[in-house]
Write a protein that binds this ligand. Structure first.
Ligand code: ADP
Ligand code: F6P
Length: 323
């Protein structure tokens, strides 16, 4: 390998910049030329790329978002689009690409590898929805962003003695809700992986109020329902002041946490090492604090397991009464 490239794809995630920095600096240290592709697979199709040097990635390790920009490319999902992307990689003599993104981006990376451009996937998504790695880059920062918001909402919720429903992102995964619900001391956590019972939630809210609680927090994963609808449903059943907040994109921005910076640095460096060894069609991740790599097809076919033990713990700890 002489020339490699890096791109970010799908939803941006804090820590993508730290990963880009690691890819660029590891590549240059290993004597490779490294290109930054702008706007995901769209940029590859159009040849929207520039050669990077050490200073191209200065002062970005802390910043959320992605300096390379990102995109969801419909064209790349077609065979013609991928052929154009392949042709463009050949024009620039690119032998390998580090793809930073989620499972959709990995699917694209797998197909591009099959066409003949070695790709390695680095997991960058706040959703933590990839089964083969304990954590994805951006998840920890998003969790901390949500915790900040919970603290603020709790202040006003206490003053008015309200029930606050806080809807968080995560697509089909309940991990952001689970971790923020546990760490934020929420009374209820609603996730797509666990069926919930409205009556049980209402009972818990009433019992909490009767025991002297000044507020209650319900964390709702976006994949499990709609905050406004839940607000109406609870209001119809209990005589309490219920308000919903949908946090939205605030979760995805801001300074990157230390955990995500370290994870992104380790994973970015490992991805380049694999390409140097001529190993395309792989993904990198972390298991039990060890950096691992795996066949991309195998990684994509693994089923993400929800942490029911953690969910149960959150449930036990949020009860004042013995269960
Ligand atoms: P994420 O990578 O965060 O899961 P998306 O699912 O939006 O985000 O995927 C990002 C991009 O990856 C898509 O816009 C598309 O260009 C590419 N992609 C997704 N699925 C496929 C697929 N099945 N085949 C080829 N490319 C894909
Ligand atoms: O995949 C990351 C994510 O933030 C999801 O949690 C959310 O459902 C989705 O992206 C939002 O996508 P968009 O940026 O296209 O609105």
């Amino acid at each position: 390998m002489k020339n490699i490239a890096v791109l970010t794809s799908g939803g941006d995630a804090p820590g993508m910049n730290a990963a880009i920095r690691a890819v660029v600096r590891t590549s240059i240290n290993k004597g490779l030329n490294v290109y930054g592709i702008q706007k995901g697979y769209n940029g590859l199709i159009r040849g929207d790329m520039i050669e990077m040097d050490m200073s191209s990635v200065a002062d970005i390790i802390q910043r959320g978002g992605t300096i390379l920009r990102t995109a969801r490319s419909e064209e790349f999902k077609t065979e013609e689009g991928r052929q154009k992307a392949y042709n463009m990689a050949k024009i620039f003599n690119i032998d390998g690409i580090v793809v930073i993104g989620g499972d959709g981006s990995f699917m694209g990376a797998k197909k591009l590898t099959e066409l003949g451009i070695a790709c390695v996937g680095v997991p960058g998504t706040i959703d933590n929805d990839l089964a083969y790695t304990d954590y994805t880059i951006g998840f920890d920062t998003a969790v901390n962003n949500v915790l900040d918001a919970i603290n603020k909402i709790r202040d006003t919720s206490t003053s008015h003695e309200r029930v606050s429903i806080i809807e968080v992102m995560g697509r089909n995964s309940g991990d952001i809700a689970l971790y923020t619900g546990l760490a934020g001391g929420a009374e209820c956590i609603i996730v797509p992986e666990v069926k919930y019972c409205l009556e049980d939630i209402c009972k818990k809210l009433i019992m909490g109020r009767n025991s002297g609680k000044l507020h209650s927090i319900i964390i709702l994963a976006e994949g499990a329902g709609d905050a406004k609808e839940l607000e109406e449903q609870i209001r119809a059943k209990v005589d309490m002041d219920v308000r919903a907040s949908i946090l939205g994109y605030i979760q995805r921005g801001g300074n990157t946490s230390a955990f995500d910076r370290v994870l992104a640095s380790r994973l970015g460096a490992k991805a380049v090492e694999l390409l140097v060894e001529g190993k395309g069609g792989r993904v990198v991740g972390m298991r039990d604090n060890k950096i691992v790599d795996m066949d991309i097809h195998e990684a994509l076919s693994m089923e993400k397991k929800f942490d029911y033990e953690l969910y149960e713990l959150a449930n036990i700890l949020s009860n004042r009464d013995r269960i």
